[in-house]
Design a protein around this ligand. Sequence first.
Ligand SMILES: N[C@@H](CCC(=O)N[C@@H](CS)C(=O)NCC(=O)O)C(=O)O
Length: 212
Amino acid sequence: MLLIGQYDSPFVRRVAIAMRLHGMAFDHAPWSTFGDAQKIAAYNPLIRVPTLVFDDGVALMDSGAILEVLDEMAGPGRALIAASGPDRREALRLIALASGAADKAVSLLYERALRPEAFDTWVERCHAQVSGALAALEVARAARGTPWLFGDAMGHADIILATMLRFIREALPGVFDLDAWPAIAAHAAACEALPVFQEIAQPYRLVKPGEG
Ligand SMILES: N[C@@H](CCC(=O)N[C@@H](CS)C(=O)NCC(=O)O)C(=O)O
């Protein structure tokens, strides 16, 4: 399999970390969505990452869809999310909050970085949406006394929570007061201390359209 995208993306990183936890081998093409747009377009007309090219040549996009297929490939009982019941619903809720916060952080970043002048109404909306999701995740994490969100084993909710927070910290420095949410900050720090998170990481760097 070929994973396309840079590890400064919270979405690419969550896929790579899950693949490593699953023990799945893959090649990595660290292409930039703007700098390497044509290369990515050859696999994914949306020109977005992550894009995962399977061994039969089919390219799948969107981290949630990719992880669903990878969990299935990992085999029964090996998915990084509960198979059913309340834990599955809660994990999906937390994943949606964390990946939604990452989506809105990306929107905020593009608004600030790509436009000559950011549109204040949109900036304020994205800021409020990210802050709201972080506050909800803080409540959820603080309510759980287990090492990871769903017990002793790390899962997709843990991973996206950490990759999203690192992305916000590095790509939008000073924009959010991350000290306001200590439980999720501690959770992310515990993740980032693990070898798999340290190996699959890349300092954030924005490549604008037309730049290499
Ligand atoms: N919901 C998507 C979000 C992916 C996403 O926003 N990727 C960004 C990089 S962090 C991207 O491809 N940006 C370029 C674009 O959207 O045009 C996922 O989970 O994979």
